[in-house]
Write a protein that binds this ligand. Structure first.
Ligand code: NAD
Length: 256
């Protein structure tokens, strides 16, 4: 595999938060980057900032749960930047529609909210793999990095059951695809972040983040750039023989 400077990287949910940090880290390492977000203004702004730093970048607007839109975005990224070697499935939602910014519990959850979380967090990742893995197979190389969560592996009282289920499924998705795509030179790994300081996290009930901080062995929340560092490792030659793995970036929170 070549170094980051000759890579084309496609990051979903790249308009802000962890996705933006991962996309920027690759851009700053010399990769050409497709910034995809369903918020078109965020995607454009992020790509324009990278372009202003002298990086080849494109902003793409699509809802990852819509296969036709993802397919069109994938082809647009290839037309603008060339064949995509690295896909980062990051776009995700974690609705907190219960009282006072808390999660709705299963017994009160709107079934439409359940479906939406699965469609975005899980089907969105499938849609991107479906649209981009044939190109990686043709190249004979590729990296797929799925952003799961420690909440996909064990009980976490902040998130809803839809979120936990979608992230747990992403871990199974990662391991299965590592088996299917390994023979084509494509690695598939997941990152399980703990509590990372982003706009999504700030939407939770007051007091929740302080409780997580105290329960985290490193006694702090994480930064998006710290997730980006692990993502850079997983897209680099240093991880060439690593596949089917889940790497926690969580300060030791919710260790299992
Ligand atoms: N922040 C945390 O503490 C934390 C912890 C564990 C896992 N994660 C995961 O990391 C990922 C990023 O989280 P974040 O905290 O940066 O969130 P965020 O809400 O700050 O950013 C998410 C981005 O994804 C975009 N997005 C949402 N739905 C989309 C869709 N359907 N199609 C395309 N783009 C869409 C949003 O517009 C936004 O720019 C998510 O998958 C999240 O579940 C976050």
């Amino acid at each position: 595999m070549s170094t980051h400077s000759s890579r084309v990287v496609f990051v979903t949910g790249a308009g802000r938060g962890i996705g933006r940090a991962m996309a920027d880290a690759h851009a700053d390492a010399g990769a050409a980057v497709a910034y995809l977000d369903h918020d078109a203004a965020l995607a454009e702004e992020a790509a324009a900032a990278a372009t202003a730093r002298g990086v080849k970048a494109v902003g793409l607007s699509a809802d990852v749960s819509d296969y036709a839109a993802v397919e069109a975005a994938a082809r647009a990224a290839e037309a603008a930047l060339g064949p995509v070697q690295v896909l980062v499935n990051n776009a995700g939602i974690s609705p907190k529609s219960g009282q006072d910014g808390r999660r709705a519990e299963a017994w009160e959850m709107d079934p439409a909210e359940w479906r939406r979380v699965i469609e975005v967090n899980l089907t969105g990742a499938f849609n991107c793999v479906r649209a981009l893995s044939p190109g990686m197979k043709a190249l004979g190389e590729g990296r797929i990095i799925n952003i799961a969560s420690v909440a996909g592996r064990t009980y976490c009282d902040i998130v809803g059951v839809h979120y936990a289920a979608s992230k747990g499924a992403l871990i199974g998705f990662t391991k299965h695809l590592a088996g299917e795509l390994g023979p084509y030179g494509i690695t598939v790994n997941a990152i399980a972040p703990g509590r990372i300081d982003t706009p999504m996290m700030r939407g939770t009930a007051s007091g929740a983040n302080e409780a997580v901080r105290l329960a985290t062995p490193l006694r702090r929340l994480g930064r998006p750039e710290e997730v980006a560092d692990t993502c850079l490792f997983l897209s680099s030659p240093a991880s060439a023989f690593v596949t089917g793995q889940v790497i926690d970036v969580a300060g030791g929170w919710l260790l299992t």
